[in-house]
Design a protein. Structure first.
Length: 334
């Protein structure tokens, strides 16, 4: 297996990428995943029309720092002209790739004809892609899709062919239909079918929660790259683990102490990058803190306490208490 793939002229290590996740994978999250081995990261989705009408939040959502590269900025929209205009604005931020969201299942997005609604209109999906490709010049444009709108209309291979013909430089496939939202099982056979249908790189996504799942995704689908979303919650280590598993390097799972140190590193980054005061920025850190503590004795109780954190000092104290609780269980398992 080759060590890298190329999307346009961007080389990406063939390990695992971080999926776009609105409300989760902000710059602090992307930087953490990058530091712990993510091969490629994608921004939270940004509205093409929103960018065209106002630049409020555009810089916050579209800025690409060198530490994050290679990175894509992801746009969603349902009108080819707005998409082209938005692409031109986003190019000022010098993303390595521009990705178009054709998989979002949320009614607010689908109701405007964007996200996974485009899976029902292949002609419009291709027009939007073509328009973006023309506006993007040398910057590659990729598209992220689902397996289809519903179980009876899994048209990902047909759509992917049309997107490739429209100039898409790669296709990411999440193996669920829009109807499934995020439940049920992601179907890797549809990712394989897309891989067989197109010659541009295919990125496989859905339910990869461990390095072993990632290897399975490569083997079962023949995809060119694997993308991980929820499996990275409180677990940026998944990227290093995957890299080690694929490349044969050493991997030592993090101790609880290391996990808590990394959680605090993540919180410091959130506070550093936020323009809000410490107390409000801590609101953004709460869910992450709870995720880092997941899966241990007493996690549920600590989860509730994470959701009350309002300062970094409190997070430090909570981490210490959490470690002490786990250690006392080792000494006295009753
Ligand atoms: C909280 C959340 C936010 C998401 N936001 C986006 C988004 O902005 N753009 C996108 O293309 N997909 C988005 N997704 C979908 C993920 O990128 C991914 O396709 C999906 O979670 C399946 O992968 P996983 O099983 O590894 O999580 C989001 C998913 C979650 C859970």
């Amino acid at each position: 297996m080759s060590d890298t793939i190329n999307i346009g002229n961007t080389a990406i290590l063939r390990t695992a990428a971080l999926a776009p996740m609105a409300g989760v994978a902000d710059r602090a999250y992307r930087l953490m995943c990058k530091r712990y081995g993510a091969a490629y990261v994608v921004s939270e989705m940004v509205s093409a029309k929103g960018i065209c009408y106002s630049d409020r939040k555009t810089a916050e959502l579209c800025t690409v720092t060198d530490e994050e590269r290679p990175m894509a900025v992801q746009l969603f929209g349902s009108e080819p002209d707005f998409m082209a205009e938005a692409v031109k604005i986003v190019l000022d931020y010098r993303p390595d790739i521009i990705d178009i969201n054709m998989g979002c299942p949320v009614p607010k997005v689908v109701g405007t004809g964007a996200g996974s609604a485009l899976m029902k209109d292949i002609k419009l999906a291709a027009d939007i892609t073509e328009s973006a490709v023309r506006a993007a010049g040398k910057t590659p444009v990729t598209v992220k899709i689902r397996s289809g709108w519903s179980h009876d209309s899994t048209n990902a291979p047909e759509l992917a062919r049309a997107l490739e013909a429209a100039g898409a430089a790669a296709i990411t496939v999440h193996g669920r239909t829009r109807d499934m939202f995020y439940s049920g099982e992601s179907d890797s056979s549809i990712i394989k079918a897309v891989k067989e249908a197109v010659s541009v790189p295919v990125i496989g996504n859905g339910d990869v929660c461990s390095a072993a799942d990632c290897v399975k995704m490569y083997e079962e689908t023949g995809c060119d790259l694997v993308m991980i979303g929820r499996g990275s919650y409180g677990n940026p280590f998944i990227f290093r683990e995957t890299e080690a598993k694929l490349r044969g390097g050493d991997y030592e799972p993090p101790s609880l102490e290391t996990k808590m140190q990394v959680m605090l590193e993540h919180i410091r980054l959130i506070l550093e990058l936020s323009e809000k005061c410490e107390e409000l920025a801590m609101h953004e850190a709460r869910k992450h803190a709870a995720w880092y503590m997941n899966g241990y004795y007493g996690s549920a109780k600590f989860r509730g306490r994470c959701y009350q954190l309002s300062s970094y000092a409190e997070a430090e104290a909570l981490a210490e208490e959490f470690i002490a609780l786990q250690r006392s269980r080792e000494i006295n398992p009753q």
